[in-house]
Design a protein around this ligand. Structure first.
Ligand code: SF4
Length: 307
C-alpha cells in the first residue's frame, strides 16, 4: 500500500484493489504534505475518430512524447502521486499505448487508469493491457438511440466492447449529463452496475469555457436523481460537477486544495490546474514536473491574495 500525506491526513492506497484508507484524525503539517497531486491526468493525444457534439477536447493536432510521460510518471511517483490517468482525445490512438501502460505499471507504483470511448478495444489489446491498467473509465452518454445519436456508433457494438473492458480491468462508466441524456440516467445506471461497473461518474455537460451547459430543469432532475440514489450505488462526479449538483458525492475537492488532488497535462505538454484551464506551464523544455506543480500553486495563492 502506498502512502501520502496531505490536508486530509495520512492516506493509504492499494492500486491493485483500489482500496483507500484515510487516517483523517492525524494532522499533517503543510510542510510535510506530498508535493504531487493525488492524481494526474494526461491527454496523450488530441486525436479522436468520434465527433461528440459536446466534446471540449482541443482539436489542435498534438501528442506527447513517450519518454517525457515515463519520466514525469516516475517523478510524480516519487513525489507521492497515487495514479495517472491517460485520456485524450482517444488514448488508444496513441502509438505504443499498451507499451506505455506496461512501462508505467512496471517502473512505478502508480495506478494506471485510462478514459476511453472503448470502440478500439480488441482481444489483442485487452491481453496487452491486462495487468498493466488498474482501472478503465468507459464513456457512455445515454443508452440505445441516444448513445447512437450522440456518439455516432452502434450501441450493441459498444456493449460488446464493454464486455472486453470488463475482462481487462476494474472499470467505471463516465456519463455526460445533458438535456438529451438525462432521460436515460436511470436505465444507464441499472445497465452499468448490472454489467459490473465499480463506479458511475456523472459529468454535467459544460462548454469549452467550463460553464454548465444544460437547462435549469435538467440540472434539477439530476440533483433529484442523485439525492435519491447516491446511498444505493457508487456515484462520483468531477470537482466542477460536485459544486453544481450540491450533493454528497465522491471525488469532490475543496477549491483551495484542488491542486493537491488533481492536475492535468495537455497533449502539448502543458501542466494545468484542470483540463478546462486555458493557461499553464509548459514542461517541454525539460522543466521538472514537480517544480512546475509548485510554481502553479504559488501563482494560484498569489492570485487568491490579490482577488
Ligand atoms: S470520444 Fe471523447 S474525445 Fe472523442 S469526440 Fe467524443 S468526447 Fe471528444
Amino acid at each position: 500500500m502506498k502512502t501520502r500525506y496531505g490536508y486530509a491526513g495520512i492516506h493509504g492506497f492499494d492500486r491493485q484493489t483500489g482500496l483507500n484508507i484515510l487516517l483523517d484524525e492525524v494532522h499533517v503539517d503543510p510542510s510535510q504534505w506530498s508535493l504531487a497531486p493525488r492524481y494526474m491526468s494526461f491527454a496523450l493525444t488530441n486525436a479522436c475518430e468520434l465527433a461528440c457534439p459536446y466534446c471540449y477536447a482541443s482539436k489542435i493536432p498534438a501528442r506527447q512524447r513517450f519518454e517525457d510521460i515515463l519520466r514525469w510518471a516516475k517523478d510524480l511517483d516519487a513525489a507521492g502521486c497515487f495514479g495517472v490517468g491517460f485520456g485524450g482525445g482517444e488514448p488508444m490512438l496513441y502509438p505504443r499505448f499498451a507499451e506505455l501502460c506496461r512501462d508505467v505499471a512496471l517502473e512505478t507504483n502508480l495506478a494506471v487508469t485510462m478514459t476511453t470511448h472503448g470502440h478500439r478495444f480488441s482481444d489483442e489489446l485487452s491481453d496487452k493491457l491486462s495487468g498493466h491498467v488498474n482501472f478503465i473509465r468507459l464513456s457512455m452518454d445515454g443508452v440505445g438511440e441516444t448513445y447512437e445519436r450522440l456518439r455516432g456508433r452502434s450501441f450493441p457494438s459498444f456493449l460488446e466492447k464493454l464486455a472486453l473492458v470488463r475482462s481487462t480491468a476494474r472499470f467505471g462508466v463516465n456519463f455526460v449529463v445533458n438535456d438529451e441524456t438525462i432521460e436515460d440516467l436511470p436505465e444507464a445506471a441499472a445497465l452499468v452496475f448490472g454489467e459490473g461497473a465499480k463506479e458511475f461518474l456523472l459529468l454535467p455537460q459544460t462548454g469549452t469555457d467550463g460553464k454548465l451547459a444544460m437547462a435549469p430543469e435538467t440540472l434539477q432532475r439530476l440533483k433529484n436523481w442523485v439525492s435519491d440514489n447516491y446511498e444505493r450505488c457508487r456515484l462520483a462526479t468531477s470537482a466542477h460537477g460536485g459544486a453544481e449538483i450540491d450533493a454528497p458525492m465522491l471525488m469532490n475537492s475543496k477549491p483551495e486544495y484542488q491542486t493537491y488532488d488533481f492536475m492535468h497535462v495537455d497533449a502539448m505538454g502543458t501542466l494545468k490546474i484542470s483540463a478546462f484551464a486555458g493557461e499553464g506551464i509548459s514542461l517541454t523544455g525539460g522543466t521538472s514536473i514537480v517544480a512546475a506543480i509548485q510554481e502553479t500553486r504559488s501563482k494560484q495563492s498569489q492570485m487568491e491574495e490579490y482577488a
